[in-house]
Design a protein around this ligand. Structure first.
Ligand code: SF4
Length: 377
């Protein structure tokens, strides 16, 4: 089973914290769609005939595209690849794009999962982030999503940012629980280089992130979600049983995926490649039948380190059998031994898998990188 990711590189406005690749001039929509279709034909063999179990429209803001263009992309994917009849087809959307007309159209073209970029239920937070929607639109979007029969949907929330007090954080999470939302992705605010937020902090117009407040909000989040019956199946993701994101899970399980569109990444088990992060270079190349991308062959060291990094973020953890089967028993034994140093502080559990405890999840990236192999013979 494999996945397809389509990157739609347009947003109405730039959120102050965002460093994804997107453009706020949406004039090139038609060119991007035409180029995506061309890229599919060039990349038709990338997934080596595997069944495509998930299609994910991300960005940027894919809900900006008219449903007709989303439909055109899906139809082409179904023609070029072996897309399963039961594929999970997700659309990331902003609450201000979610209304009866768009939902009916998305339903009709086969979108069966929505991911809503809510971020907060407070207007002052949303204004501070420079989001294009209001708190009322966030609430209304959830109501209409349900009313149009989309039971499988997710919302994004951000925690650990300068305006978010503990009581506001609690209200945001409780609102999600009260509304019975089946999947939530929660991200700690990070200050990415070359973002408006980084510049505001650099010139003293905004405070830096308080890491201790962020950590406390993450710990509270884990407790509240667990008490409410959610599976914390990946560091940033919580799902009610049966509502995990199949697409994102396939990344963490190391399945193949093809990324289409500017800046999109692809992975086939042996190599990783990424398209140029520039709309006009992407479209002009494809007009001439050329896909502008870079790629790298993954060495055994890169593959094991990637597995350690991604698997430790998941509820299943890092399976020692997977390490043994792919890299040998001796390597699995070295990894197991190296992980033992985190037992006294109750950061990990070790059995047939290495699994982070809640405290360990606060340091997931540091723990994973401390376990990386320098070179694998
Ligand atoms: S809508 Fe999403 S992709 Fe666009 S600027 Fe905001 S966070 Fe970034």
């Amino acid at each position: 089973m494999a996945g397809i990711y389509c990157h739609i590189p347009f947003c109405k406005r730039a959120c102050h914290y965002c460093n994804f690749y997107f453009s706020t001039s949406v004039g090139a929509k038609n060119d991007i769609v035409a180029a995506l279709l061309k890229e599919m034909t060039i990349q038709r063999d990338y997934l080596e005939g595997e069944i495509v179990d998930t299609v994910y429209f991300g960005g940027g803001t894919p809900s900006i595209l008219p449903a007709g263009q989303l439909s055109e992309i899906l139809a082409a994917a179904r023609t070029v690849f072996h897309v399963s009849q039961h594929a999970e087809i997700t659309l990331e959307c902003n609450p201000d794009d979610v209304h009866s007309q768009s939902l009916n159209a998305w339903n009709e073209i086969g979108i069966n999962r929505l991911s809503l970029g809510l971020q907060s239920f407070f207007d002052d937070d949303l204004r501070w982030m420079n989001r294009s929607h209001s708190a009322n639109q966030a609430l209304e979007s959830i109501r209409v999503v349900r009313a149009h029969g989309f039971d499988n949907f997710s919302v994004d929330l951000i925690y650990g940012f300068q305006l978010l007090t503990q009581s506001k954080w609690k209200e945001n999470v409780m609102k999600v629980l009260e509304l019975g939302i089946p999947h939530v992705s929660c991200y700690g605010m990070t200050i990415e280089p070359n973002t408006a937020l980084a510049r505001l902090i650099a010139r003293g117009a905004a405070e830096d992130i308080d890491q201790s407040v962020q950590a406390e909000q993450f710990l509270l989040l884990m407790k509240w979600m667990k008490d409410a019956g959610f599976e914390h199946y990946e560091i940033s993701n919580f799902a009610m049983p049966g509502f995990r994101s199949r697409h994102n899970s396939s990344y963490w399980q190391g399945k193949k995926y093809l990324g289409l569109g500017p800046s999109a990444h692809s992975y086939n088990g042996k190599t990783r490649q990424w398209n140029v992060s520039n709309n006009s270079l992407y479209t002009s190349g494809l007009r001439n039948g050329i896909l502008n991308f870079e790629s790298e062959n993954l060495s055994p060291t890169q593959r094991i380190n990637e597995y350690i990094m991604t698997s430790l973020r998941t509820i299943e953890g890092c399976e020692l059998d997977v390490i043994s089967n792919n890299f040998g028993d001796a390597i699995a034994a070295i990894l197991e031994k190296a992980t033992r140093k985190y037992i006294p502080d109750s950061l990990v559990r070790i059995g047939s898998r290495l699994v982070l405890n809640d405290q360990g999840k606060l340091f997931a990236d540091d723990i994973a990188s401390s376990l990386f192999f320098e070179t694998l013979a």
